[in-house]
Design a protein around this ligand. Structure first.
Ligand SMILES: Cc1cc2nc3c(=O)[nH]c(=O)nc-3n(C[C@H](O)[C@H](O)[C@H](O)COP(=O)(O)OP(=O)(O)OC[C@H]3O[C@@H](n4cnc5c(N)ncnc54)[C@H](O)[C@@H]3O)c2cc1C
Length: 411
């Protein structure tokens, strides 16, 4: 469709990943008749979103994330009703494995957090865990905590559910439309430019994933996040991986795992996480080589940490390798909200590797803010200016963000 150069809408979202689609979903749900357009230069939900391991974690030590994730579960139930289709969330629960005094203390704290959110959580014995998770070498652990409501999902499907419901409610989702630049009037964002013309709006939301700092810089803002690679493997099938066994978090190995199609999907935090300047990532990451050896050298470096709990890792065949960029920050918090010093500009960015989990709350928060209403959540710890003035393209900044991911212990 050709755009008119004087097109005017209420809100523009740049980027059709899960964040952009979730914003459009809530905005159209709560503002019937208002016009929102989502501009995606490739296909929707095909960058980070489709690559996620998609643990939809409800309870975590970063308490500010929890209400956002709980909203994701509410959205799933609501969208299933709207579409008369199931999302087939895999409610298998999560098993937290603590194998050192420090992680036992972290687990005890997490169990208290679960309790404070009225989320079921119980300690399990070694015997129970052996039957639930046959691949796990349980004698390494000191304590196990189990939270039965935790789930994983198909991340592409979740993103597409947001998009389909938004479209049914009136959102205009355009694929193959690249935003070339922000249109500014003084200190205010007034729209975006595309190859087909300019679009003007009262609010512009940057939800461009790994590429977001490039757009924010056009408004003179150094967005505090960096694209940092996450990677995981899926093993060949084996009866030792029951499809209904829980997600397993292994902070002492800085690893996580979950069942996938009769095999095991597992991810690690490598010693040096790979990062790239947002300026250097191709527009379509299908063309990007995340690792020439499919992550094998990174895995080799940390394999003994994982082998303590998953001895079969040394022998089992690895069938698939998946990698992608998430927006990491030095404190592993999200980086989002109203862009300081620029009117009408918002950034739903810096997902900290948790964007699938928090997508519901993020979508609702931005739909409210761009409608001129208060943010229903506390974003104090996510503030865009919390690191002061930063250069998101400098090596020093990129390394800081990559280090934060390498040191991450939680799921
Ligand atoms: C390997 C891996 C495992 C993960 N595991 C989990 C997990 O278990 N749980 C979890 O919650 N999260 C996980 N994540 C993180 C999750 O995938 C991300 O947080 C989430 O997908 C971010 O969504 P997004 O919309 O911000 O970005 P994206 O999905 O990357 O979407 C951004 C979109 O913006 C578009 N865009 C960029 N620039 C422009 C432009 N100028 N004009 C138009 N369009 C533009 C891009 O084409 C892209 O489609 C994982 C990520 C990876 C890579």
């Amino acid at each position: 469709m050709l755009l008119s150069t004087s097109e005017k809408v209420d809100a523009i979202v740049v980027g059709g990943g899960i964040f952009g689609c979730a914003v459009a979903y809530y905005y159209t749900r709560d503002n019937p008749g208002k016009k929102i357009v989502v501009l995606e230069r490739n296909e929707i939900c095909n960058a980070a979103t489709s690559r996620a391991a998609a643990l939809v974690t409800r309870i975590r030590s970063k308490k500010d994330f929890i209400p956002l994730s709980l909203e994701t579960y509410r959205a799933v139930a609501e969208m299933e009703k709207q579409l008369h289709e199931s999302m087939d969330m895999k409610r298998v629960g999560v098993l937290h494995v603590a194998a050192s005094e420090a992680t036992v203390a972290d687990l005890d704290n997490l169990m208290r957090i679960a309790d404070s959110f009225n989320e079921p959580a119980e300690y399990l014995t070694h015997e129970t865990v052996k039957t639930k998770v046959p691949w796990l070498k349980t004698d390494e652990a000191l304590k196990f905590g189990f939270m039965p409501n935790e789930s994983y999902c198909d991340p592409y499907l979740l993103g597409i559910f947001f998009a389909r419901c938004a479209k049914m409610n009136g959102a205009d989702i355009r694929q193959g439309v690249e935003v070339k630049g922000l249109l500014m009037e003084g200190n205010a964002a007034i729209g975006v430019s595309t190859a087909a013309g300019n679009i003007y709006a009262n609010a512009v939301v940057i939800a461009a994933g790994a590429w977001s700092p490039v757009l924010a810089m056009q408004a003179g803002v150094g967005l505090p996040m960096a694209p940092v690679r996450s990677q995981y493997w899926i093993t060949e099938r084996n009866a030792i991986f029951p499809v209904d066994s829980p997600i397993v978090l292994l902070p002492d190995a800085q690893a996580y795992a979950r069942p996938e199609g009769g095999g095991l999907l597992f991810g690690i935090r490598e010693t040096k996480s790979f990062t790239s300047s947002p300026l250097d990532i191709p527009k379509d990451i299908i063309d990007f080589s995340f690792s020439p050896d499919r992550g094998v050298s990174d895995l080799s470096e940390v394999i003994d940490k994982l082998g303590r709990f998953f001895p079969l890792v040394y022998d089992i065949g690895l069938k698939y390798y998946i990698a992608g960029f998430s927006g990491y920050t030095p404190d592993n918090n999200l980086s989002m909200g109203i862009v300081p010093g620029v009117s009408n500009l918002f950034a739903a960015t810096g997902c900290a590797g948790a964007g699938i989990s928090v997508s519901g709350g993020v979508g609702l928060a931005f739909a409210e803010m761009i409608s001129g209403k208060p943010n229903p959540y506390d974003f104090t710890n996510f503030k865009i200016d919390r690191f002061g003035k930063i250069d998101p393209f400098s090596k020093e900044w990129l390394d800081k963000c990559a280090l934060a991911r390498s040191q991450k212990r939680s799921g």
